[in-house]
Design a protein around this ligand. Structure first.
Ligand SMILES: *Cc1c(COP(=O)(O)O)cnc(C)c1O
Length: 494
C-alpha cells in the first residue's frame, strides 16, 4: 500500500513509514492510503476474543504494510500495557438505555490522546530506521492542553527523539499546566508562551516553515517533526478502538455480528471521528457518524449548509480541546468523498479567504454518513448533571458535548440502531467545571476542585492526576513568542 497527498500537486507515492516520519506532504496536503483495506465480518469475528493489543495490531497491519505484524504487536503490547493503562484501553459501558459509552482516557495523561500517542513514538522510531534516517527528530508541539502532555509522556526517553512543547500561559487549565510542568524525562522541554494558543501555534508554524533554520538544524544532526493529528501515525491507531468497541458490543450481546451502530464523537480537529469513518469504509458496520461540537460550531454549520467559514468569533469553552476553527482532518474527508482536485481547490480557498462552499451534490455525499450537532455551555453543564444524576456516571465537558449530540440525534431520528458515545477525557481533568456543573458553586481553587469532586461523587481521582500539586515542578520557563526559535535552537544542541 502506498500513501499519497490529499491535494495531488505532490504526486510522490510513499510507504507508511515515510508518511509517519514526515507528517505532511510537500504540497501541504495530508497523507492518505491510496486504497482502503477491508475488514470482513469474518475478520471481525476472529477479533472478538482477542486482547486490545491484538485487535490494534490487526487493524494497523492492514494500513502499515511496510511493518511486520510482529513489530506492530510488540509496539501495541508495550503501548497498551497494564502499567500504561489502568483499565481496558477502550472500555465499553452499557448506559442501559440502548446506548453505550466508549471510554478512551484510562492512559497516562487521562485523555484520549494517549490512545495514539502511546503507540505513535514506537511506530515513529521504527519509521526512522526504515527510512535510514540517522538524525535526531525534534518533535515540536504547540498545545492548548491535552496534546502537549500526551506527546511528552509518549516520547519521553524514546531514543532518537526530543520533544519541545509550547503552551500559552493564559490558555491552559491549572491541571493541564501542572501536568506539563512536572513532566520528567531526559529528552523533554516545556516552555510557557506569553500569549494565547494562536500565538504559540503561529510561532511553531513559523519555525516549521523556516528553511534556513531547518538547514541550521540539519548541520546539528537534527530535523523537526510534529505529533499532531494530521500525522498518519496518530490517526491510524485510532481506527482500532472503533473495531474493538464493535467487537465488545457483539461480545456482550448488545448487537448481532453485522448489525449497524451509530457513533457520536466529540470533535475538534476531526481526527477521532475521521478514524471512525475509516473503520466504516473498511467494512465495520457503522450507520451515521454524529459530529458533536461545542459553541465553536463551524462543523455543525458545514454539515447542515455546506459552508465552511472560519471567519467567526472564537469562543473559549470548558471543552478547550474542541475550541478549534480549522478542523485540519476534514481535508481527509473531502479527499475521500470528492477527490484530490476539489480538495486542493477548497483548501486553497480556506487559506486565502477563510471560507469555502460545497455544491449541493457534494454536500449530499457527505451528509449521507455524517450529521452535526453543537452544544452551548449551559447545555453541556446540564448534560454533565443529567448523566451523573440519571446514570450515576461522571463525564467530562468534552464527553458531555457528545452525549448532548446523542440525545438530539435520538430525538430527531427515533434511532433504530444502537448508539455508541465516545468519552475522551477523565472528568477530573476539568474538575472545577464539572464540579460547578453538578453543584452550581465554583470551587475557589482548581486543584482543590479535584478532591471536592471526589468527595462529592466517591469516584476515585485517576492516579495520573492524584497529588499533582505535590509533584516537583521541573519546567518553569516562560518566554515571549519572539524567543521561541532561540529556545528550540538551544534545546536542539543539548
Ligand atoms: C483532542 C480532544 C478532542 C478532539 O479530538 P479531535 O480528534 O481533534 O477531533 C476531544 N476531546 C478531548 C478530551 C480531546 O483531548
Amino acid at each position: 500500500m502506498k500513501y499519497i497527498s490529499t491535494r495531488g500537486t505532490d504526486t510522490k507515492e510513499v510507504f507508511s513509514a515515510y508518511a509517519i516520519k514526515t507528517g505532511l506532504a510537500s504540497d501541504k496536503g495530508l497523507y492518505m492510503p491510496n486504497t482502503i483495506p477491508t475488514l470482513t465480518l469474518q475478520d471481525i469475528e476472529k477479533l472478538i476474543d482477542s486482547s486490545y493489543p491484538e485487535r490494534a495490531a490487526s487493524v494497523l497491519a492492514r494500513y502499515l504494510d511496510d511493518y511486520t505484524y510482529e513489530e506492530l504487536l510488540e509496539d501495541a503490547r508495550e503501548a497498551y500495557s497494564k502499567e500504561k493503562f489502568s483499565d481496558f484501553p477502550a472500555k465499553l459501558t452499557d448506559m442501559k438505555d440502548g446506548t453505550y459509552m466508549l471510554e478512551l482516557w484510562h492512559g497516562p495523561t487521562s485523555a484520549f490522546k494517549d490512545m495514539a500517542l502511546q503507540i505513535m513514538p514506537r511506530l515513529f522510531v521504527r519509521a526512522l530506521r526504515k527510512c535510514g534516517e540517522e538524525r535526531t527528530a525534534l518533535i515540536l508541539v504547540a498545545t492548548s492542553g491535552d496534546t502537549g502532555k500526551a506527546a511528552l509522556e509518549g516520547y519521553r526517553d524514546v531514543e532518537g527523539t526530543k520533544v519541545k512543547v509550547f503552551y500559552p500561559i493564559d490558555g491552559v487549565s491549572r491541571v493541564q499546566k501542572l501536568q506539563m510542568q512536572t513532566q520528567c524525562g531526559s529528552n523533554v522541554s516545556v516552555s510557557g508562551i506569553e500569549g494565547n494558543f494562536d500565538d504559540a501555534q503561529s510561532g511553531v508554524k513559523e519555525i516549521f516553515a523556516d528553511e534556513g533554520f531547518a538547514k541550521y538544524l540539519d548541520e546539528q544532526g537534527v530535523f523537526l517533526s510534529s505529533a499532531n493529528s494530521i500525522n498518519w501515525g496518530r490517526l491510524a491507531p485510532q481506527i482500532a478502538y472503533y473495531v474493538s468497541a464493535y467487537c465488545d458490543m457483539v461480545k456482550c450481546g448488545a448487537i448481532k455480528l453485522g448489525e449497524s451502530i451509530d457513533v457520536s464523537v466529540p470533535t475538534g480537529n476531526f481526527g477521532n471521528i475521521f478514524a471512525c469513518y475509516l473503520a466504516k469504509l473498511m467494512g465495520l458496520p457503522i450507520g451515521k457518524l454524529i459530529c458533536a461540537s461545542n459553541k465553536n460550531d463551524v462543523l455543525t454549520e458545514f454539515l447542515s449548509t455546506g459552508v465552511y467559514n472560519k471567519n467567526r468569533i472564537f469562543h473559549t469553552t470548558m471543552s478547550p480541546s474542541m475550541d478549534i476553527l480549522i478542523s485540519s482532518n476534514l481535508e481527509r474527508l473531502l479527499y475521500v468523498t470528492l477527490g484530490q482536485e476539489k480538495t486542493a481547490v477548497y483548501m486553497d480557498m480556506l487559506a486565502t479567504e477563510g471560507k469555502y462552499v460545497l455544491s449541493g451534490e457534494d454536500l449530499e455525499k457527505i451528509t449521507k454518513d455524517f450529521v452535526g450537532y453543537s452544544s452551548d455551555e449551559e447545555r453541556t453543564a446540564a448534560t454533565i448533571k443529567a448523566v451523573y444524576e440519571n446514570k450515576n456516571c461522571l463525564i467530562d465537558p468534552h464527553t458531555a458535548v457528545a452525549f448532548y449530540a446523542t440525545k438530539r440525534y435520538i430525538e430527531d431520528n427515533k434511532a433504530e440502531r444502537r448508539i455508541l458515545t465516545v468519552s475522551t477525557a477523565s472528568a477530573y481533568k476539568f474538575a472545577a467545571d464539572v464540579y460547578t456543573s453538578l453543584t452550581g458553586t465554583h470551587p475557589m481553587d482548581e486543584l482543590e476542585a479535584l478532591s471536592m469532586l471526589e468527595t462529592l461523587t466517591s469516584e476515585p481521582i485517576p492516579a495520573p492526576l492524584r497529588d499533582l500539586g505535590k509533584r516537583k515542578i521541573i519546567h518553569t520557563s516562560v518566554i515571549s513568542k519572539t524567543d521561541m526559535k532561540d529556545a528550540v535552537s538551544k534545546f536542539a544542541k543539548e
